[in-house]
Design a protein around this ligand. Sequence first.
Ligand code: URA
Length: 269
Amino acid sequence: MADPRRIARQRLESLQRAGVKSLKKGKPVAKAASAKVAAAEKPSPATTARQANSPAPTAAPAYVPPAAPTSPALKTKAEREAALDVIRRQVAACPRCPELCATRKQTVFGVGNSKARLCFLGEAPGADEDAQGEPFVGRAGQLLTKIIEACTLKREDVYILNVLKCRPPNNRPPTPEESANCREYLEGQLDIIRPEFICCLGATAAKQLLGLDIPISKLRGTFQTYRGMRVMCTYHPAYLLRNPDAKRDVWEDMKKLLREMGIELDKKG
Ligand code: URA
């Protein structure tokens, strides 16, 4: 259950970051904050146009995360897609992080195979993802696609998602509150897809999923466990764009992951 005091504090902090210096005297703080939040949550005309073809977000039923790993896995693709769609609509209407709600063009849910054996987990959408509504479509995304293909897989074979579903302004790292707010959605997605393997891209994904505060340079290349799923952490593709030499390390990590998955590369790999 979300703690109302935590949410109120987060909203006030977000408003502060968004430049709100004071709240009107005499107005109860929570009320004043929620008025600002409501204004911040008002969709832009572009958002309204974009959402015209989507189901009304307010109509989304509340999502109750399944109690993985004991709950039975959803059997059919239709069941999984429907369950993901419930969370997708909840995410599209999510008001939890006022600063992100006020600045996002749209939410970025996740893409790929709802029965993927392997999920790639990134940090948060950037400008390209915010514009297109799909994770990893910018320069870092193109590099991720090359990595996936080098693994003899296609983007459609795997599932790609982020810790945060909204773009943080200026691509700043997610705050702990924002990550906590989005956690339920991430867990819900993983509970539905139930991948056998997760590849965490970068320190933020690794830290948020595993709760480990270990530098990515130490964590990479090792297998961890999250709810029975095998987790490989490696460098984020955006880091590789700045440090091409680290591609060698990522390829070593991918080969380890593929071996564990029973996927054979040709002899040259
Ligand atoms: N970086 C991420 O972590 N995720 C994206 O979707 C794009 C860039």
